[in-house]
Design a protein around this ligand. Sequence first.
Ligand SMILES: [Zn+2]
Length: 205
Amino acid sequence: MRRFYRSEAPEILTVIKDGKPLWQVYGEEYAQKRLAKAKPLFKFQWPQVKGKTLNQHLLPDLKAMTDDHCSYCDGFPLKRGDDTIDHFHPKTNPAFYEEVCKWENLYIACKHCQEAKDDDFEEKLLRPDGADYQYNRYFVYDYIQHKILPNPLASFLERESAEKTIEILDLNHISLCISRRHSFQRHDKDDNPVLSDYDFRFMFE
Ligand SMILES: [Zn+2]
């Protein structure tokens, strides 16, 4: 999981409606519908804004922050169906209904990470844009098995967070280890590697 820096929330979320930023209005509407306990349970749908769904407005800004890589595994390029938006705090958890359109809760994520994370949430899960987050602080890379491991020099709590993050995002799934090995070999033979063209960039930094 490579560090990225979050940009300011796009105007489409912060414009004021009825005295509140729009992201908050959408969150409250969603919470109300979910809590109405109608059957079947109301499922989240991105609101329509200016002729398209809100996620379509947000995707370019989310992708710009990660150079089109997955926020969690750093997979690249994102394939069709891969460029979905993950809710860090799951939208199915009543504690987080109101964050469903909150900028800081949204991450571009590949299919692997979306499916692995699903509705799981743990306070220990690391955010790639967390205030103190740095890949090297929490993780080390095993260049033989191509696994991501908790940094043995990190504090106990940091190692716990690293372990939980690896587990929840299934970052050492065999398919990711093989992809990282291929990427590493390709990079090794590349006379003039352009970092943003590679996936799993934390291996090369
Ligand atoms: Zn991913």
